[in-house]
Design a protein around this ligand. Structure first.
Ligand code: UD1
Ligand code: UDP
Length: 356
């Protein structure tokens, strides 16, 4: 068996790391094909270092562009490499343009595709990620669903039971494998002058939020209210998409909000684990806060991770400033005694075992 691991963005590198580690441990014949969708050091190489991953065998260097440009360039490059390498199976993770391109290229070459994190649904087709995950699921041969709910979503769409395997989410593996190392290694709280439980973290980078001036403004107004209420620093590791939009819209950074560079995985884990609360529109961050038992407020109108809300770790508030403040208050009033809904931290090894 020869495995091609296709990835291209920050969350894919992080969530594929347990699968890659398992391939290494078993000494399997595999290679990493990086599309180059993310290429800045702090969205890409830093994670290969932090997670001690081998370098990608290929990097297509597609860079940024419109959805069509990015996906089209990837499709051409991936097809060529798959034809040369002839893997038995291609693995993709999540819902990015890289996932769509990898799945399409492989399935048309009649190469089996395994979709890690299959079956998530926001039921909001305005999100590029929703289109990508639906198409990837329907063109895949092995659907590695993180939860029973994700499996039920797939069955409802007519996907056959014998293609679906509930494995847990590999983010649990990644958090468990790295949190202890992170806590020992990283002095990020000291560097930023932060105290445990004495600050908020925000990440917001999704197209449907930050590309719309009104919505990004409204998020900033919400942060202003949170600062006025709590007088605690709000640390914002900022994604380059958001940096661009702030400049374009001429937005002022609200009082109390501290913009910092995107963080490495170890630093970010420490920041999350010690935060009073996290505000986010990220998928991975909703999961990690659930795992770390840190309250989360999600700045979106829907989520493909409803398990985080059901257990009580997360609440959906959209971008209305009053709702943001109310969400923060209500999450802070809860006990942090929920159960992690994403499995036992062995998803990576389960996935590789199933493939074998
Ligand atoms: C992509 C994913 C999104 C995921 C996010 C993870 C799609 C459709 N979107 O969004 O689901 O949540 O990655 O972070 O696949 N840029 C850089 N350096 C980089 C990469 C991007 O500066 O290394 C800037 C460029 O200006 C680029 C913009 O960020 O135009 C957006 O990048 P892109 O990869 O298209 O989408 P993301 O917003 O990163
Ligand atoms: N992350 C990170 N540094 C940061 C912000 C996020 O390492 O400054 C990690 C975070 O721990 C999570 C992943 O990036 O595992 C989430 O990626 P992102 O929010 O970019 O994408 P999404 O999950 O929304 O697709």
């Amino acid at each position: 068996m020869k495995i091609a691991v296709i990835l291209g963005t920050r969350p894919e590198i992080i969530k594929m790391s347990p699968v890659i580690r398992e391939c290494e441990r078993r000494n399997l014949d595999y290679f990493i094909l990086h599309t180059g969708q993310h290429y800045s050091y702090n969205l890409d190489s830093i994670f290969f270092g932090d997670l001690e991953l081998p370098a990608a065998k290929y990097n297509l260097d597609v860079g940024s562009g419109t959805h069509g440009e990015e996906t089209g360039k990837m499709l051409i490059g991936i097809e060529q490499k798959l034809k040369e390498e002839k893997p038995t199976v291609v693995l993709v993770e999540g819902d990015t343009n890289t996932v769509l391109a990898g799945t399409l290229a492989a399935s048309k070459l009649h190469i089996a595709v395994g979709h890690v994190e299959a079956g998530l649904r926001s039921y909001d087709r305005a999100m590029p990620e929703e289109i990508n995950r639906i198409l990837a699921d329907h063109a895949s041969d092995y659907l590695f669903a993180p939860t029973e709910r994700a499996k039920a979503n797939l069955l409802r769409e007519g996907l056959p039971q014998d293609k679906i395997f509930v494995t847990g989410n590999t983010i649990v593996d990644a958090v468990i494998q790295n949190l202890a190392i992170a806590k020992r290694k990283v002095g990020v709280l000291n560097t930023l002058g932060l105290e445990r439980g004495g600050y908020f973290i925000i990440t917001a980078h999704r197209q449907e939020n930050v590309d719309i001036e009104e919505r990004l403004r409204s998020i900033f107004e919400g942060l202003e209210l949170v600062y006025k209420e709590f007088h605690l620093p709000i640390i914002y590791p900022i994604h380059p998409r958001t940096t661009k939009r702030i400049a374009e819209f001429g937005l002022e950074i609200p009082e109390g909000v501290d913009l910092i560079e995107p963080q490495g995985f170890l630093e970010f884990l420490v920041l999350e684990a010690n935060a009073k609360l996290v505000l986010t529109d990220s998928g991975g961050v909703q999961e990690e806060t659930s795992i770390l038992k840190v309250p989360c407020v999600t700045l979106r109108d829907n989520t493909e991770r409803p398990e985080t809300i059901e257990v009580g770790g997360n609440v959906l508030v959209g971008v209305n400033r009053t709702f943001i403040l109310d969400g923060v208050k209500s999450q802070l009033s809860k006990e942090r005694n929920w159960q992690n809904p994403f499995g036992d931290g062995n998803a990576g090894s389960k996935i590789v075992k199933l493939l074998m």
